[in-house]
Design a protein around this ligand. Sequence first.
Ligand code: NAI
Length: 334
Amino acid sequence: MKLTVFSTHDYDREYFDKVNAEFGHEIVYHDAQLTEDTAALAEGSEAVCLFINDRANRAALESLANAGVKLLTLRSAGFNHVDLEAAEAFDLKVMRVPAYSPEAVAEHTAALILALNRKTHKAYNRVREGNFSLNKLTGFTMKEKTVGVVGTGKIGIAFCKIMLGFGCRVIAHDPYPSEEAKALGVDYIGLEELYNQADIISLHCPLTPENHRMIDGEAISHMKKGVMLINTSRGGLVHTKSVIQALKQRHIGSLGIDVYEQEENLFFRNLSEEVIEDDMIMRLMSFPNVLITAHQAFFTDTALTNIATTTLQNVTDFEQGNDSENTVTSDRIK
Ligand code: NAI
């Protein structure tokens, strides 16, 4: 089947071409992000492949449908960037890669925590400049600290295991508590209690209309002074202005983010020679106790291979009319 890939990066091409040797689909790559204006690039393809910064809104989906597209296959687990109701209205099937390496994201989350805690990002620069002083590099021992995990799905559980390995007490909040997590020794509690007790809070729930900007001034007011806040899930979970305010007031002690609400205008591109107009990210970057990575938590060899394999299998399943648990609908995930 002919598949048009939007927002292609070198690594997408590399892994898709390698894996497609087994599948034999006809793949057309475009660097362009999907928007209403670029949708026509898919003319002649029954399937398109999208990433999280593609704008699959109603107008773009209508244009894709007009171009003859029948399948949107997402090379991501999250699907909050797709207007699912519009997709159904235009008879576009949506499929995703539900799990490609939960451990990759969990491990990057742990990397952010350790770097922020032990100030590795600062130590690296200091030593390179011949500054071997330890002043202001004090961290804390992770053992016996309380880690609050919001969302204990595949990534949340992988992350709980790592934190339990460090000897942390792990508390969690999830509307659907996991028996596996309980058996590991994770204690489920209410969200406010979690905010109250946790030394480190890590977000691992999907972004939905209900939890949009759940980390706002009110939520932060329940958190411990000096809390470490980590978000490797979706930028929209956090009200950035409130977080900046709390950093200035020293209420949030450190912040690690791999996602950012306005990331679609910034991430996955080299803007080092540009004037960056987003004042909020520039303010965040100015804090010594903030560590930002540009949505790289998933970015391992294992994950890229799994993403390409599942995406191309989704295209084959669609082509052959096979049922697939990777199908996403507006009311539920089939
Ligand atoms: P999952 O579907 O396995 O688990 C999500 C869990 O969150 C479920 O247990 C669900 O009950 C829970 N949940 C839903 N709403 C909640 C709420 N309001 N409060 C607390 N818990 C809630 O998803 P998975 O694979 O663990 O991924 C989680 C998220 O991680 C994705 O939705 C995506 O946004 C993000 N992600 C980030 C990546 C990165 O590179 N930074 C890569 C992959 C995923």
